[in-house]
Design a protein around this ligand. Structure first.
Ligand code: OGA
Ligand code: NI
Length: 316
């Protein structure tokens, strides 16, 4: 079994309806799909790979070797304790946003990533419009919800997480990244085309997200699940720690502003049964993130319950 692979260039042209249907199916049945012919040039993608790997070697590898994760595993092995560790991830992470400091030592890193992020943000917006259309919502509905309708601090958040999953000497003891669903909106992942490790939970089984050279893997987070009133469910995924290879992944995510109010689209609530108890409350995304930070690796339903207006949020 493999996640759907969709030719995004066919969205314009005679195969448009078919392509919309494939994306709808990808969102509804899988929560994960891969785009090829997505419009991001091979040349740019090759540069992203190059500067990301150089960045790791030059600015991250030394830190990782002395990280708490590596120390913890070393200590356990020394004590001959081979129990699975479920409190840490065998992952090196650097987050890029519009407002933080970017690495400066790796030649070309900043320029390349700025160019890449601009392209990916456009792709995220296109995908959200496709979702609007597939769900029968007005064009721009999701993006409007994400922008909270207000001032500059209420604009949607676009982040890029540059990760590496270095080879792990005890892969059975730890995860590269523990199983979770993503909190936000649309996630666009440029994963390694050599080293695998990413898996999604499909009908109770973990299946690999097959590496395809220069494809972009798309998945949807908890906020799309709420906005779509459960039609597009955020899907569980994890990254395995592996004994060989240093897996690179560059995950960009388009999320609501912390001040945005998120709720099921009324059009979609009416279509289902309004009488039955709503599964998803209306909440402010910042409050959701407060709960998510504490509960990321736990079952997701209690998170939606915890931000119900009647429940006193643990963060206030
Ligand atoms: C994440 C994630 C997958 C990957 O950062 O939420 O699921 O391949 N990443 O790095
Ligand atoms: Ni994730």
């Amino acid at each position: 079994m493999a996640i759907p692979v969709i030719d995004f260039s066919k969205l314009s042209g005679e195969d448009r309806a078919k392509t919309l249907a494939l994306i709808h199916n990808g969102c509804e049945e899988w929560g994960f799909f891969q785009l090829v012919n997505h419009g991001i040039s091979e040349e740019l993608l090759e540069r992203v790979k190059k500067v990301s790997s150089e960045f790791y070697k030059l600015e991250r590898e030394e830190n990782f070797k002395t990280s708490t994760t590596v120390n913890l595993l070393n200590e356990l092995v020394e004590k001959n304790n081979r129990d699975k560790v479920d409190t840490v991830d065998w992952e090196d992470v650097y987050l890029l946003s519009d407002n933080n400091e970017w690495p400066s030592k790796t030649p070309g890193f900043r320029e390349t990533m700025a160019e890449y992020r601009a392209q990916l943000k456009k792709l995220a917006l296109k995908l959200m419009e496709v979702m609007d259309e597939n769900l029968g919502l007005p064009k721009g509905y999701m993006n409007k919800a994400f922008n909270g309708g207000g001032g500059e601090e209420e604009t949607a958040y676009f982040g890029t997480k540059v990760s590496h999953y270095p080879p792990c000497p005890q892969p059975e003891m730890v995860n590269g990244l523990r199983a979770h669903t993503d909190a936000g909106g649309v996630i666009l992942l440029f994963q390694d085309d050599q080293v695998n490790g990413l898996q999604i939970l499909k009908d109770g089984e973990w299946i690999d997200v097959q590496p395809i050279k220069n494809s972009i893997v798309i998945n949807t987070g908890d906020q799309i699940e709420v906005l779509s009133n459960g039609r597009y469910k955020s899907v569980w995924h994890r990254v395995l720690a592996l004994p060989d290879g240093n897996r690179r992944s560059v995950a960009s995510f388009y999320n609501p502003s912390y001040k945005a109010t998120i709720a099921p689209a009324q059009q979609l609530v009416e279509k289902s049964n309004k009488e039955v108890n709503q599964d998803y409350p209306e909440f402010v995304f910042g409050d959701y993130m407060c709960v998510y930070t504490e509960q990321k690796f736990l079952p997701k339903e209690p998170r939606f319950q915890a931000v119900k207006p009647t429940v006193l949020s643990p963060c206030h």
